[in-house]
Design a protein around this ligand. Structure first.
Ligand code: FAD
Length: 567
């Protein structure tokens, strides 16, 4: 890297000269670049990341009173739900990506994109430090600083190796387009290597042993996709390899697809058994070398087994990106997996910083504290006693502010506590005793049982459009707040809190069969769900261009099969 370029509003600072042009020229060693597009009145919104949350925010922002700067090492949006299909050539990589400049081009909003990675966030000075990942900069200046008025953090997560030795060096991950392309090449390489004349059968078996670690939706979908690829396409081209191929799926808990309905788990396990995919549950990977994977039996005394393998794909969950880890230390949130936000997606303890998608979670502990505060506030005379009506109002307030908690209280019948009290104390009861300590205890149970929102594209996209909607109506809602009453300070919150709507989830199981878990615990498994999967995914693609490409890829696959050139 070279000198540090400061990208700030046009204010010469400490003797440094400002260049009022976006075309930066080196100046006195330290460069100040100011945006000619920024007229000084516009608030600058800096968006970090062009994934599900970031893109959804950018697609939905309509208010032209912002100057929006997007920073991401990836100049495209990737439709991750189809990544497993890319690993086996069912869908081409280009069909599931859309350049970010295409997405923001038609807008009447000022949006500028910089291909760079943010490596430091400075909350106190409202700056983000960025490093370009392009090596074509002739001046050698790869680092720059961007000022913000509002910061929207949507940098997602990274694959989590849990620091298990050898995983990072020897396993494939399935997170980015490049990962999927690498897996595709390696699968074909394995088949070509196993076909070489000089090998023993034992060596062929090892090379064609594909191990998937992690029985979540991604691992399961990849295993199913690979099984179809091998059996529908590759065995025709490598007939001898058929006897040597083996796919193993390792899962540390008792079952695969844990987050789904039991019926789906059972169906998936039985289908994989019929297909010859070896599902090993209760097997925790403890070490991966270039030749072997060592697993420890979770039960039965923790015996250690080693299995030789040809290719391993690691899909066990997500971890925190280094930039977020550093930022969390800076703002006093160490030892967390993700940035804690409130229900308005504001990062706790930071002004004008929002975090959404996989890099953030709504802090439940804070929610519990807030709910206790609602109770204290309702108890105006500090007597520890509320009237029945007041108590009902408190519950209504919780539902409005914290829909997830409200839902939980309703599910657990806590909502009808008032009726219960009336039942036990007689109809003429006018007040109920609210013991705050006991209530806090009950809430901490709510806290542990109330699930965090899952790290999915569905959540990220909804959060992106929610936040864009807030930004679109910022001025209007300053004057006419629409949110619930505040219990700290006076008045109402500017916006309604974020509410997640769950539309269900899919688990493709191969052989044109998919399991779908739809709202209301409706479960559908089989060929019809596969068609539902095709139509939902086609409709969710980000543009008509990608939609047309993906549909033609599916058609090509039906007619000609998958490509096996490994390119
Ligand atoms: P991402 O989409 O990961 O985007 C993060 C962005 O930040 C990227 O553009 C990245 O380049 C950028 N970035 C990273 N570091 C920096 C930095 N330092 N500075 C600036 N920018 C940075 N979810 C579903 O709901 N349904 C599915 O079927 C589904 N299938 C999946 C299949 C696979 C194989 C995978 C990997 C995930 C799947 N998911 C699915 C989960 C879903 O992809 C994630 O939950 C979603 O991508 C999260 O969105 P995000 O915007 O938080 O992060």
């Amino acid at each position: 890297g070279g000198g540090l370029v400061v990208y700030s509003e046009a204010k010469p600072d400490n003797g440094m000269n400002a260049i009022t042009s976006t075309e930066a020229k080196p100046h006195n060693g330290m460069n100040v670049i100011s945006s000619s597009e920024t007229d000084g009145k516009k608030k600058r919104v800096v968006v970090l990341g062009t994934g599900w949350a970031g893109t959804s925010f950018l697609k939905n922002i309509k208010n032209s009173s912002y100057d929006i700067q997007v920073i991401s090492p990836r100049n495209y949006f990737a439709f991750t739900p189809l990544l497993p299909s890319v690993t086996c050539g069912t869908v081409e990589p280009r069909s599931i990506v859309e350049p970010i400049r295409n997405i923001v081009r038609k807008k009447n909003v000022d949006v500028h994109y910089w291909e760079a990675e943010c490596f430091k966030i400075d909350r106190d000075n409202k700056k983000v430090y960025c490093r370009s990942n392009l090596t074509t900069n002739l001046d050698g200046e790869e680092e720059f600083v961007v000022d913000y008025d509002y910061l929207v953090i949507t940098v997602g997560a990274r694959a989590n190796t849990f620091n298990i030795p050898g995983v990072a060096e020897n396993c494939h991950f399935l997170k980015e387009i490049e990962d999927a392309q690498r897996i595709r090449r390696t699968v074909i390489d394995c088949f070509e290597r196993a076909s070489l004349p000089s090998l023993t059968d034992e060596e062929r078996k090892k090379i064609l042993h594909f191990v998937v670690i992690g029985g979540g939706p991604t691992g399961v979908e990849f295993a199913a996709e690979l099984h179809d690829y091998v059996n529908e396409d590759l065995v025709k081209l490598y007939p001898k390899a058929k006897d040597f191929v083996k796919i193993t799926l390792l899962e540390a808990t008792d079952h695969i697809l844990n987050m789904f309905d039991k019926r789906i788990t059972v169906f998936g396990e039985e289908k994989f058994q019929r297909d010859g995919i070896d599902v090993k549950t209760g097997a925790m990977v403890v070490k991966v070398s270039d030749k072997e994977i060592s697993t420890k039996e979770v039960k039965n005394g923790g015996n250690i087994y080693s299995m030789p393998y040809g290719m391993a794909v690691w899909s066990t969950g997500i971890g925190t990106r280094p930039v977020i880890m550093n930022f969390m230390k800076q703002i006093g949130q160490p030892n967390r997996r993700a940035l804690a936000t409130d229900e308005w997606l504001r990062v706790e303890g930071c002004d004008n910083i929002y975090a959404l998608g996989d890099c953030a979670t709504i802090n439940q502990r804070k929610v519990v504290e807030d709910i206790c505060a609602i109770f204290r506030k309702a108890d105006k005379d500090n007597s520890g006693t509320l009237t029945v009506e007041e108590f009902q109002e408190v519950l209504d307030d919780i539902c409005e502010r914290y829909p997830q908690v409200g839902l939980y209280l309703k599910e657990k019948q806590m909502y009808s506590l008032v009726d219960l009290l009336k039942d036990s104390k007689g109809d003429d009861v006018k007040s109920v005793e609210v013991n705050l300590e006991e209530f806090t205890l009950a809430l901490s149970q709510v806290d542990s049982q109330m699930k965090n929102l899952p790290a999915t594209a569905q959540v990220a996209a909804q959060q992106g459009s929610y936040l864009a909607d807030c930004f679109n109506r910022m001025e209007k809602c300053e004057k006419n707040p629409e949110g619930p009453l505040r219990f700290r300070g006076e008045g109402r919150h500017r916006f309604r809190p974020f509410r997640y709507k769950h539309f269900g989830q899919f688990a493709p199981l191969g052989g044109e069969q998919t399991a779908a878990q739809l709202p209301g615990d409706f479960v559908s498994i089989g060929y019809s769900s596969q068609w539902l999967w095709y139509s939902v995914y086609a409709s969710k693609l980000v543009s008509w261009r990608t939609r047309a490409l993906v549909i033609s890829d599916w058609g090509r696959r039906f007619i000609f099969g998958r490509d096996s050139s490994g390119i």
